[in-house]
Write a protein that binds this ligand. Structure first.
Ligand code: NAI
Ligand code: 15L
Length: 268
């Protein structure tokens, strides 16, 4: 049977808020966890991923975990280390101790952000493309994927690592036309990642079926994901405002976009 009781970490954030609205209609009962209180949700657990006791209690009895909590943009290595690297390790240890069978991990395009972006006619980026993080943030997502592989190989704890493109209500840049995941497709994708059988550790790309897609969705589709949206209706307006992507601009030449050069915290 598909997991039904799901711990949603990062429930107060942008994606967490979108998924809190959409996942119940797919049949999930959510338990919420975040560093900050979740507005209008008095039962949400307010705790840090560094609090191992709180994590043990939070994961106890759930069928699966959607792990969104963490720093979602570039930051100093120390901050990324605590929230994303140690925090994700703490979550996996808690899941293992409490017998949770599956985690859906919010990885990111920035785990492979220095991958050149394809031009029309080029092959799409395969999910097997090697890790090429574009930031300490992206590095923490590469780490999370490797952690997931380790916990599957050593302990049989399953993970679907979702390299999310950009999940926002609407695409807001020309680059996003290629990596946008509509919130409704995001909910379909999390549903597939929670309910597919025998996933071991599976890495998938997280986006809608965009006309200007840069990456291959085969792995996601193999879990049962059927995207229904496309960013193309937003294209004309965004291109008129921002112009086409310039391949000589390093921010436009790679999957990770401006994360490849900004923010300028280097040398560190
Ligand atoms: P967000 O920054 O809006 O939300 C992250 C949430 O995590 C926040 O509510 C924050 O309070 C919580 N958090 C941070 N540190 C924590 C800690 N130490 N303990 C407990 N909670 C903590 O980010 P967003 O956009 O909602 O993203 C969610 C996840 O998905 C992140 O892991 C992000 O890296 C990943 N992701 C999101 C993408 C997107 O398009 N929104 C794209 C790729 C990856
Ligand atoms: C991410 O990983 C970030 O969390 C999100 O805020 C966006 O910047 C997204 O990638 C993106 O690449 O557009």
């Amino acid at each position: 049977p598909a997991p039904r009781t799901v711990l949603l970490t990062g429930a107060a954030g942008g994606l967490g808020t979108l998924m809190r609205g959409l996942l119940p209609a797919h049949g999930y009962e959510l338990r919420l966890f975040d560093l900050v209180p979740v507005e209008g949700e008095p039962d949400a657990i307010t705790a840090d991923l560094g609090d191992k006791e709180a994590l043990r209690e939070a994961v106890r009895g759930v069928d699966a975990i959607i792990h969104l909590a963490g720093i979602s943009l570039e930051a100093s290595f120390d901050k990324i280390l605590r929230a994303n690297i140690e925090g994700t390790h703490n979550l996996y240890e808690a899941a293992l101790a409490e017998g949770v069978r599956r985690i859906v991990f919010a990885s990111s395009n920035h785990a492979v952000g220095f991958t050149p972006r394809p031009f029309p006619g080029d092959p799409l980026i395969p999910v097997e493309t090697p890790h090429r993080p574009d930031s300490f943030y992206g590095l923490s997502k590469s780490f999370g994927e490797d952690l997931a592989q380790l916990y599957w190989d050593r302990h049989g704890l399953e993970t679907v690592s979702v390299r999310i493109g950009s999940c926002f209500p609407e695409p807001t840049s020309v680059r996003m036309l290629s990596v946008w995941m509509s919130p409704a497709d995001g909910a379909r994708l999390f549903d597939a990642a929670l309910s597919a059988e025998n996933v071991g550790h599976t890495v998938i790309h997280g986006s809608s079926d965009n006309t200007r897609l840069w990456w291959d969705l085969t792995s996601a589709r193999s879990l049962g994901y059927e995207p229904k949206d496309d960013s193309e209706p937003y294209a004309a307006k965004l291109i008129a405002e921002q112009g086409e992507l310039d391949p000589d601009n390093p921010d436009h030449a790679h999957l990770g976009g401006h994360f490849c050069t900004n923010p300028p915290i280097w040398p560190h």
